[in-house]
Design a protein around this ligand. Structure first.
Ligand code: GLN
Length: 280
């Protein structure tokens, strides 16, 4: 069996299972099996693959057919400038979240040393990307999930950031340590009843803990804002990722808790995705 025939079989199975990115995924999975990059595969279609690798390839095609995201199959995902280890206990870093990194870098251009807290740190992609960009920032990441904290810690070590960041397994309500210049959070914000409409890859594989925002989708956001009001320094910044339809509600909650709304940002699909606010 050569690579071309194997790809064609894999691709066909992914199509039958409604995997939209079937062509790319069939190539990526091949690259994983034979441990070469995608370019090698495209340039070596006539190369033979052995029985054992073809079997492995079929297994991965099968996993992907059932909706398992490529990031979980590979155990890693690229975000901003680096690769982060991920597993099924953490939300896969989203390109839309990179908008927060970009914005934070912009608005902290003239700030050297900030003490940053991330509430719900997940894989650590947001906080660690920021620490890479801003050499004198110090970070604290909290998460209710011990798996997330474990993974964030490993990711921080892989990026040589472990001296500048601390992680705690904690619920936002029970965290009372320190005062921060900047607080960031991408909390679970999907309405409980809308979870069933998520893509099957998301709904069946990603952790509900990172997605479920309760009955109105705002239950975690409310707790994050309330606690941030206590943990943030005066004039400190609170930057939140939100759902496309939460802007007005979240603005109200922020104002009630003593925050001034600086601006809101849209994601790549032109949906509201981020709110920047300042504690007054
Ligand atoms: N943006 C994610 C999604 O649509 C949701 C992330 C979250 O709830 N914070 O799948």
């Amino acid at each position: 069996m050569n690579i071309r025939s194997a790809l064609s079989i894999g691709n066909k199975i992914l199509i039958q299972n409604d995997i939209i990115s079937h062509k790319l995924d069939s190539e990526l999975l091949m690259s994983k099996v034979i441990n070469k990059n995608r370019e090698f595969i495209i340039l070596n279609l006539d190369k033979k693959i052995n029985e054992k690798n073809f079997h492995k390839y079929n297994q991965l095609i099968n996993e992907r057919s059932q909706g398992k995201p490529i990031a979980y199959i590979f155990g890693k995902k690229y975000f901003w400038r680096n690769e982060f280890l991920v597993n099924e206990k953490v939300l896969i870093p989203r390109p839309d979240t990179e908008i927060l990194v970009e914005e934070i870098i912009k608005i902290t251009k003239n700030k050297e040393k900030l003490n940053v807290l991330e509430i719900g740190v997940g894989s650590g992609c947001l906080l660690l990307s920021l620490l890479i960009e801003k050499k004198y920032f110090k970070g604290t990441g909290i998460d209710i999930s011990k798996n997330c904290v474990r993974l964030s810690r490993i990711n921080s070590q892989n990026l040589n950031l472990e001296k500048r960041v601390k992680f705690f397994i904690s619920d936002v309500d029970n965290f009372n340590l320190g005062k921060y210049d900047l607080i960031i959070s991408n909390p679970p914000y999907i309405k409980k009843l809308d979870l069933k409409y998520l893509d099957k890859d998301v709904k069946n594989f990603e952790p509900m803990l990172a997605l479920n925002g309760g009955i109105d989708g705002l239950s975690a956001i409310r707790r994050v804002i309330k606690k941030s009001g206590k943990l943030i320094k005066k004039n400190g910044l609170l930057i939140l990722e939100i759902s496309f339809n939460q802007k007005n509600e979240v603005k109200k909650i922020l104002k009630k808790n003593g925050f001034y709304i600086n601006k809101t940002l849209k994601d790549f699909a032109k949906n509201d995705r981020c709110i920047v606010s300042t504690k007054i």
